[in-house]
Design a protein around this ligand. Structure first.
Ligand SMILES: [Zn+2]
Length: 184
C-alpha cells in the first residue's frame, strides 16, 4: 500500500478540481477517512487472518463492491453530510476506488481483490511505479521508508497537485465573475 499520508491525495485533488466550497466539511473529512479506510483490514492480521484471505489485507475492503457500499451509505447519510445524495455517493465511491487503484499500482504484496465477488483473483495494473510501503512502522523509519515517500511524491502527489492546480486555474478562468466580485 502507499502510506496513509498519500492515500487522501487524489480526493484532495478532486476537491480542488470541484471547488472545496461545493463539498461540505463533513463530506470532505469523510472522504479523506474513506481514502484510508480499506487498510483497516490489517487488523485481520491480529485476528489470525492471512494476507490472501477474503478479509485479509487487500481483500474484500479493496473491492469495487466495498466502494459501492461505502458510497451507498454516504448517499443515505447525505442530510447529515449536508450535501446532495449523488455527490455524497460519487465522492465517497471515488475515495475508496482511488485507494484500490493506488494499491494496484504498487510493486509489492498481493494485488487487490477489486472484482470480488465476480472474481477472487488479486489484481495489479500492468504498470506499477509506486514502491509498496512497509507494513511495520519500524521499517518505515529507514532508507526504505524515505525511498517510498520519494516514490509516492513523484507518482502520486506530483500528478495530483498538478491536476488540482490546473483544474483550479481553469475553473477560475471559466468563471472570472467570481474573481471580479471578490475584488469589488
Ligand atoms: Zn490498501
Amino acid at each position: 500500500m502507499p502510506t496513509i499520508l498519500t492515500h487522501p491525495a487524489p480526493i484532495l485533488a478532486l476537491g480542488a478540481a470541484l471547488g472545496f466550497r461545493r463539498l461540505s466539511p463533513r463530506l470532505l473529512w469523510l472522504a479523506v477517512f474513506c481514502a484510508i479506510l480499506p487498510d483497516f483490514d490489517v487488523i485481520g492480521f491480529r485476528l489470525g487472518m492471512h494476507y490472501a484471505d477474503l478479509f485479509g489485507h487487500r481483500g474484500f475492503s479493496h473491492s469495487l463492491l466495498f466502494a459501492l457500499l461505502c458510497g451507498g451509505l454516504a448517499g443515505l447519510s447525505a442530510p447529515w453530510l449536508r450535501c446532495r445524495r449523488w455527490l455524497a455517493f460519487i465522492v465517497i465511491f471515488a475515495a475508496v476506488a482511488s485507494h484500490i487503484a493506488l494499491d494496484a499500482a504498487t510493486n509489492g504484496g498481493l494485488g487487490v481483490a477489486a472484482f470480488y465477488p465476480v472474481s477472487d483473483a488479486r489484481y495489479f495494473f500492468p504498470w506499477r511505479p509506486i514502491q509498496v510501503s512497509p507494513l511495520a512502522l519500524s521499517a518505515f523509519f529507514s532508507e526504505r521508508g524515505f525511498s517510498v515517500l520519494r516514490s509516492e511524491f513523484l507518482w502520486v502527489w506530483l500528478p495530483c497537485l498538478s491536476f488540482g492546480l490546473v483544474a483550479f486555474v481553469l475553473r477560475r478562468w471559466g468563471n472570472p465573475s467570481a474573481v471580479v466580485s471578490k475584488a469589488a
